[in-house]
Design a protein around this ligand. Sequence first.
Ligand SMILES: [Ca+2]
Ligand SMILES: [Ca+2]
Length: 348
Amino acid sequence: MLVCLSLFAVSAQAQPQTDDFLLSGDTRALSNNCLQLTQDLLWSSGGIWYKEPIDLGASFRIDLRLMMGCQDEAGADGMVFVFSPYPSAAGYQGEGMGFAGLQPSLGVEVDTWQNEHLGDPTADHVAIMRDGYVSHFYNLAGPIAIPNVEDCKLHEFSLIWDADRTTLSLELDGSEVVSHFIDAVKDIFYDDPKVYMGVTAATGKYTNRHEICFDRIEIIDPLSKALFSRIIQAKLKRGLLTSIPLTFGSDSRISDGHAELYKLANLLNREPTRMVEIDVHVPLGKGSEEDLEESAVRARTIKTFLEEEGIDAKRIVVRPLGSQFHNLEGRELKGPGRIDIRLFKPKT
Ligand SMILES: [Ca+2]
Ligand SMILES: [Ca+2]
């Protein structure tokens, strides 16, 4: 199953499969959702990159398990969760853990080997880093010591991006271990929110086997939480007719205005006793028959959208009105079109 990462996905959830990743270096698939990034050998390195880009404008949570090897004292080097504009990039091995040198990037390391010159603590540790710098003198957050993870066991990690608070956090076995506030889109990625998610691992002069299993990727779209302003909400609750802009492409699909429809869906979800009447107007087009047909197509699209947002079809009344009111009360329709909505309580 492929996770749907489109901008308009409300809350897409999926268990990623190994096919969903580009593999590099020594990486090999172990099962449907587990991969080995390094063998227990000198100077081994591997990386995986999720093929679909991730939008940092949306919040997400990635649940996975890591097996960091079976050697504690003599085990090295560790793994890094990486966000980068380029998939399949690979950084330096050894202490670089496949992350060193990747620029621009945002990384979260799970480091199991102390490199004193990088400021590593003795214990296994985590840190949030940028632009391929593995030295803690330049990191964003950490290093934070964690219990030994080189115990031959799978440990649960969750990587959480809160897009509203622009905060990246890492949980280990259910507890938050490191968190950092950063406007990553602006400060690191040159205003481009589209990034790829990768995981890298490496060994050097000391070694360990590094494995990863993916349990769940959940994307929470910010649009799905959008609300009308208090003024419009109050107006709608009084049953007043309210227009919302909605643009359709030549294929009769909604091309702009999804945010407005999400707001309507959210309001209907909060007001479960109310129904909605939607009048669908189109600009003066080829003729009244064709315009009526076009508005009927749009009406179906809008109804389907709301139904997919969990609104019962019985609560939605759509009226395709063609172009007969295209110039109602001076609100002339030119390019886009308009829908008029009214909330009401059904007579019982
Ligand atoms: Ca290290
Ligand atoms: Ca250790």
